[in-house]
Design a protein around this ligand. Structure first.
Ligand SMILES: [Zn+2]
Length: 245
């Protein structure tokens, strides 16, 4: 089924689309380039979607909603995860999202925005919503990442696991996206964040029978033109894989 959510996923935070530059010039805000994701160069003649699509534009869907696999009971394994309903009223555009395929990969990201030191619940929740709206503003179905780890070690649910993510160019199939809040070119991840990331990776590996070789950072994907997850997290990736092996 044709799907207008980009399979090519994301490129690099430093590459601003013309629309973002224009909006920044209009003072509409950096939030619209939220997340490590920026618009990839267009691979088709498809025009960009409306920046703030109205319900009226989203409502009529010619294509039927995709058939999604029911959530499996083992998701209970991740009982520490804060459900998305606790931070957003937004729902994915179900006419524009693919079901998750068998999981073979986990990819680690940073958000690549401004440095972020906050650990309180409200600040983290609003940063998540900023990123979600940024991705929606690109015409995507929902926030692109499945999980988000904040600086205090909380793990938040992003896009539900039954849906394919939108976080690695050309490689979103069967690929769980984990975002670590912050910009790790500008700051270092906290110890609590790293411990939580490792714990969560272990849980995912157990659930999907993956090895540490199935864990990559965004920039470790071939052809990923990105600095994500930033040098101060990238430098820890080998240690992360050793820790969870
Ligand atoms: Zn990334």
């Amino acid at each position: 089924m044709a799907n207008r959510e980009p399979q090519f996923g994301v490129t690099e935070e430093s590459v601003l689309g013309r629309r973002d530059v224009l909006l920044a010039g209009l003072g509409i805000g950096i939030g619209l380039i939220a997340g490590c994701a920026s618009p990839a160069p267009a691979k088709s003649a498809r025009l960009p979607g409306p920046l703030w699509p109205s319900d009226e534009l989203l409502a009529p869907k010619a294509a039927p909603a995709v058939a999604v696999a029911p959530l499996k009971p083992q998701t209970a394994l991740m009982s520490n995860v804060i459900p998305r309903t606790s931070w957003t009223h937004g729902v994915p555009d179900k006419g524009d999202i693919n079901p998750m395929l068998p999981v073979h990969w986990v990819t680690v990201h940073h958000d690549g925005m401004d440095s972020f030191g906050a650990t309180d619940y409200a600040s983290c929740a609003s940063r998540l919503e900023l990123i979600r709206m940024g991705h929606k503003g690109k015409g995507w179905a929902d926030i692109g990442y499945h999980f988000v780890v904040d600086r205090s070690g909380r793990v938040w649910e992003g896009r539900e696991l039954r849906y394919q993510g939108a976080h690695v160019k050309n490689n979103n199939e069967g690929n769980i996206g984990i975002l670590c809040l912050g910009n790790f070119d500008l700051q270092k991840p906290s110890d609590a964040q790293m411990k939580s990331l490792e714990r969560h990776l272990k849980a995912i590996m157990k659930q999907y029978k993956l090895s540490s070789a199935n864990i990559r950072s965004h920039k470790e994907w071939p052809d990923a033109a990105t600095a994500c997850p930033g040098r101060n997290l990238q430098s820890k990736m080998a240690g992360v894989r050793r820790a969870v092996a």
